[in-house]
Design a protein around this ligand. Structure first.
Ligand code: ADP
Ligand code: MG
Length: 339
């Protein structure tokens, strides 16, 4: 007998789920992205005990058609792309059709949803990938997804979760990033019965920065608005005198998607060199608008890393964009001083 086993569907599903769902914050990220892709203008996230025991997200987006409800939880089932060539120009945050399949295979999920064009909504329950119930439901347009008992059926994973506070903080950090990248969406976050964030949803980045980081930080920022090489860099950077000991407040987005990009981070820091103290790091909330064909977001299931087809023009745009903002920031300060 051979030594290689073809794993059964359930085991294979748990392995695949592990790539997408690592902890409550990865669940929140996926679900928030779904709400955004659904065109929501209001999203509320509520968690209890770090999101491990209970996590709810409600949006006023397009909802899911009754006939699509079961399919939404199947792997590689998505309404966002249909053919391979779509992968070259992804305009949505999701596209892999993996999140709901993964989440529902490692927790207990309840979905309540109503599509705008249908008269009656759906209530669907699925535990560890097994359908429990599917009923009609009277509910408002939009989608609510409740997840309970993350990793109840994967003890090996459950063991690796951190304490509630650490998991809750990771959730908060994901929500902060999404709030900063989508000032047009009113986002509310309730943690253990306490409202800890509420953004205005008025479309102004400064309003979101204010809600997330507070007035002191917001008041030290310099605006960035720069175009080069067919790209547009917008947002805010901290004054060089407000350097921080770490990079935690370097928020970079590409076409509204939070990413970690070495190219952008290096360009930012190079541009600040000379004006910021050695050992200190600039903070920023910067969005780079770039043609979707020039960037590959399909690097990793969590989609945080990106690859640029050409790194150099991206570096140049960020570098010169930040440099010119710093120069402007300086002259403005002098104008005030000379007044
Ligand atoms: P993906 O986002 O990659 O398409 P998901 O597993 O996250 O895959 O979601 C599967 C499908 O379920 C989506 O393509 C979408 O059609 C639907 N869906 C998920 N969440 C929502 C939501 N909040 N509102 C409307 N539709 C949703
Ligand atoms: Mg998704």
């Amino acid at each position: 007998m051979g030594r290689i086993n073809v794993l059964d569907k359930h085991t294979a599903e748990l392995i695949a789920a592990g790539e997408v769902v690592e902890r409550p914050s990865s669940v929140v990220k996926e679900l928030l992205e779904n709400s955004i892709d659904a065109g929501a203008t209001q999203i509320t996230v509520e968690i209890m005990h770090g999101g491990i025991d209970y996590l709810r997200i409600t949006d006023n987006g397009c909802g899911i058609l009754k006939e699509d409800v079961r399919n939404a939880f199947k792997r590689n089932a998505t309404s966002k792309i249909s053919v391979d060539s779509d992968l070259e120009k992804i305009g949505t945050l999701g596209f892999r059709g993996e999140a709901l399949a993964s989440i529902s295979s490692v927790s207990k999920v309840q979905l309540i949803t109503k599509a705008k064009e249908e008269n009656i909504g759906s209530a669907y329950e699925i535990d560890g990938g097994e359908e429990i119930s599917f009923d009609d439901a009277g509910c408002p347009d939009g989608t609510t997804l409740i997840m309970r008992n993350l990793f109840y059926n994967v003890p090996a994973r459950y063991k690796f979760l951190k304490k509630d506070v650490a998991e809750g903080n990771a959730v908060a950090s994901v929500i902060d990033k999404i709030a900063l990248s989508h000032p047009e969406i009113a986002i509310t976050f309730i943690r253990d019965n306490k409202r800890v964030l509420k953004t205005a949803g008025d479309g102004k980045l400064m309003s979101s920065i204010y809600a997330v980081y507070g007035r002191d930080f917001a008041s030290t920022l310099i605006p960035v608005d720069y175009e080069l090489n067919g790209m547009k860099l917008t947002g805010y950077i901290s004054r060089p005198t407000n350097g921080r000991a770490n990079r935690n407040m370097q928020n970079t987005f590409i076409n509204g998607r939070f990413v970690k990009s070495r190219t952008i981070s290096v360009a930012l820091e190079e541009a600040c060199k000379g004006s910021i103290m050695i050992g200190k790091f600039p903070s920023c909330v910067l969005n780079l608008q770039i043609s979707p064909e020039a960037v590959d977001v399909n690097v990793h299931p969590a989609k945080i890393e990106v690859r640029f087809i050409n790194e150099r023009p991206v570096f140049d745009t960020v570098y010169h964009g930040v440099k010119s903002a710093l120069l402007r920031g300086d002259s403005r300060k002098e104008a005030v001083l000379n007044h």
